[in-house]
Ligand binder design. Sequence first.
Ligand code: SF4
Length: 432
Amino acid sequence: MTSFVNEAQVLLSSDRIRGMFKRLGMDGVSLRAPSRRLEEILLKARSGETIDREDALFLMNLDRDEIIFIILAASEVRERGKNKTVTFSKNVFVPLTRLCRDHCGYCTFKIEPEEGELFVKPNEVIRVARQGARLGCTELLFVTGDKPELVYSVYRDALRRLGYKTTAEYLAAVSEAGLKENIFPHSNLGVANRDELSSLRESNASMGLMLENISPRLLRKGEAHYRSPDKVPKLRIRTMEYAGELRIAWTSGILVGIGETLEERVDSLLAINSLSRDYGHIQEIIIQNFSPKPGISMETHPVPSSLDMLKTVGVSRLIFGEKMNIQVPPNLNPKSFPLFVIAGANDLGGVSPMTIDYVNPEAPWPQVERMERALCELDLDLKERLPIYPEFINEEFLDKMVLERIIRVIDTSGYVLEEANNGDRRDKTKDN
Ligand code: SF4
């Protein structure tokens, strides 16, 4: 027991760590010895076992004076699996269509047909992909609303004129075109069927769908997912099962602070962990904090506290274990992202030198140099990855055509080659 307290004292004696706690309004932690139950869980986690639902809930209910023990255990587990490496990817963000049939209470992405373009045109996608590749970006991030063709006839007709019946068909076509520009698509289509995913797999390096939360309660009137048929948890789980069957490297995650209970949050993490165990295709978990914006129906909904986020990141690491990649978006946590790394995260997601975050337009991307400096002060290294993590770069998880292109831009560890991220990749990866 004393050793846990000693370690916590050492961590808190660092000016940098104390400064970060202070910036999060969590200074003045009064350290006390962990309870017997907490000590048992810490020993279990640190011995390499993952924690179960009861353990996770116990940890989620700890107060701020004990959170340091979760951070220490999660940090040790992260370091065992990831050493000193923290990753990010350089991307361009294409909001392929912002029309959507859902009405999530936290959304700022969705627009109505009269509020903007129905979709990003093919020539604009190519222009952005080409420019992104020139700037050294390796990820062509596509985000769409969910099935707008089912509710907007003007969109359906416009898509038809281009030769496509669905958003999924259009996305597959522009992904293929984007890949030819030597930048690697990562698509977020929403709920999808097997055929749609199979077709996207031919050009995508990886794909993603946030679970958001496993609770159907959030679909009720007044809750975050009211009138959002694509947020039915079992449909999202089914999409991810198809992805597992198709061997697609998959990104998922949870949205923290949208009205879920702690039990629902833990159950959401466990549901993704169970998919990961069953199919082995979950490459990354995003722990994203709800961020209110003017005009959304959840405008006055409280944000999750820093304590809440730190506990969730730490508990996620202890549930998923040392191998999983856990991401906390740095633009939503500009002051605190290094502390989230200490608490178990090992990825800072996509940052773009060119496009904004259309999902959180109020939050600018941090500069890579700034992230690098902040991590260096904690004795951690920042490395650039592709939209697919090194451990998934193989024939099992990639279409042959995509794999061939990827191999030309990675080093022996599977990270982006230095010269490739300086922007001269186009020559190296020319179609030949
Ligand atoms: S599914 Fe996505 S785009 Fe559609 S309303 Fe919900 S958050 Fe917005």
